[in-house]
Design a protein around this ligand. Structure first.
Ligand SMILES: Nc1ncnc2c1ncn2[C@@H]1O[C@H](COP(=O)(O)OP(=O)(O)OP(=O)(O)O)[C@@H](O)[C@H]1O
Ligand SMILES: [Mg+2]
Length: 405
């Protein structure tokens, strides 16, 4: 019976890995199969960066944001498994110097049980895969360790075959931190738990895409980040400053000077031209970009004199982006900016967002239902029922021109 289950699990991971086209997909397919087969609450894949000889978390599943944690030789279960090429289990590492502990704990998650298995190719150790805690409780069995080692061997082969290119770690600076953020609404006698413990860091100059089913809490999370809504509990930190209970003055300043917003609807003033719509915001901003610069960034030089009614949906959305941009914000929050647009106009808007991240160094957080768009992101955060269900680092983000839907 056990053997049958193992064979089925191996067959599933082989099928999943056979279909993948690139390394990003290989990582997520492998982790999906492994956490699914072992019924694990948490899982992550770490790859060794040969230049720095450190491990980088490329893909994690579960509530913790591991993206900023870099692990060195011998540190934690991950550093032990990768550099020795041997599997690590929870009882084995307890009380052992250097390996006592797991990165999940560091990210604020209590690890009850874990398996950490190296990803070994014929030639070298390339990283490790780790799972922690079981949905039904209890510890991992020897059979499960055996299964995971076999799955990891298949995953390592696929990863190597897809080309193991890990970009050098960027010097990453945290802008915004969410820790154990919850949001509840009282509805009659019952409580609606919309966010149930969000842990996430947002870095300077990154493009983060947030995915998740309707109603899972995406807009609520973004509104909390944007100072338009407040958490029930938890801590929000902005550039090191606790913003969980901001003063009205701090809040106004933050929304006005630090942030730009883009929504599905454009909210343009119909009696003003494109340029005047942008100009208007520039005039009330502290340190605005030149209006011409904002117009150029969104590629509307030829249309700046048009009224909203004389422009396509994509052009109108680009005006609304220019309006967010002309404030010269450090971060742009975009809630489904392409949802109302067809493919072609949606792509126009994405080219603009791409340009803002590259040319201006602006951080962009964008909510979308479109998994194709997620391929452009530096990191993809998935929410499910008010919790983060996975965070993926895209190794080679695609450009707006390379995606289609
Ligand atoms: N002011 C409120 N009062 C009560 N419930 C609310 C309120 N705002 C949001 N909710 C509920 O919180 C949940 C999450 O809403 P949210 O808008 O964050 O979802 P979403 O992931 O953005 O969904 P969508 O993809 O449909 O935009 C929903 O069930 C919603 O009904
Ligand atoms: Mg929403």
């Amino acid at each position: 019976m056990k053997n049958n289950n193992q064979t089925a699990a191996m067959y599933q991971i082989m099928m999943n890995l056979l279909e993948v086209e690139n390394l990003d997909e290989a990582l997520s397919a492998a982790l999906d199969s492994i956490t699914g087969s072992l019924r694990s609450e948490m899982g992550a894949i770490w790859l060794l960066n040969e230049a720095s000889n450190k491990l980088q978390c490329m893909f994690s599943q579960g509530e913790a944001d591991l993206s900023d944690i870099v692990v060195e030789n011998g540190v934690g279960a991950e550093g032990h498994a990768t550099f020795t090429g041997e599997s690590v289990t929870k009882p084995q590492i307890e009380g052992t110097a250097g390996t006592d502990g797991c990165i999940f704990d560091e990210a604020g998650y209590k690890t009850e049980t874990l398996l950490c298995v190296p990803l070994n190719t014929a030639k070298k150790y390339i990283g490790c895969v780790i799972v922690a805690n079981k949905t039904e409780g209890g510890h991992y069995t020897a059979e499960e360790l055996d299964l995971m080692e076999k799955m990891a061997a298949l995953a390592a082969m696929t990863i190597e075959e897809k080309g193991l290119y890990i970009p050098a770690e960027k010097e990453k600076k945290v802008m915004i931190s969410l820790r154990d953020i919850t949001k509840e609404y009282q509805s009659g006698d019952s409580v609606l738990k919309v966010l149930r413990g969000i842990n996430l860091d947002i870095y300077e100059n990154e493009f983060v895409v947030v995915l998740g089913e309707s109603g899972c809490g995406k807009s609520t999370m973004m509104n909390i980040i944007g100072g338009m809504d407040f958490p029930t509990s938890g801590t929000l930190t902005i550039e090191g400053k606790d913003f969980s209970h901001p003063t009205e003055k701090d809040l106004t300043q933050y929304r006005r000077d630090y942030l730009g917003f883009i929504f599905q609807s454009y909210n343009l003033m119909p009696n003003l031209t494109a340029r005047e719509n942008i100009q208007f915001i520039a005039e009330i901003s502290k340190d605005p970009l030149p209006v011409d610069e904002a117009v150029r960034l969104v590629g509307l030089e030829q249309r700046a004199g048009n009224y909203p009614s004389q422009m396509s949906g994509g052009q109108q959305q680009r005006v609304s982006i220019a309006r967010a941009l002309v404030k010269n914000p450090k971060m742009i929050l975009a809630d489904e900016p392409t949802a109302a647009l067809d493919f072609q106009t949606g792509q126009e808007v994405l080219r603009v967002i791409e340009r803002i991240v590259k040319e201006k160094g602006t951080t962009v957080i964008m909510i979308t239902h479109n998994v194709e768009i997620a391929k452009m992101a530096d990191r993809v955060v998935r929410l499910r029922s008010g919790k983060i269900s996975s965070i993926k680092t895209n190794i080679s983000p695609l450009s707006a021109d390379e995606i289609s839907w």
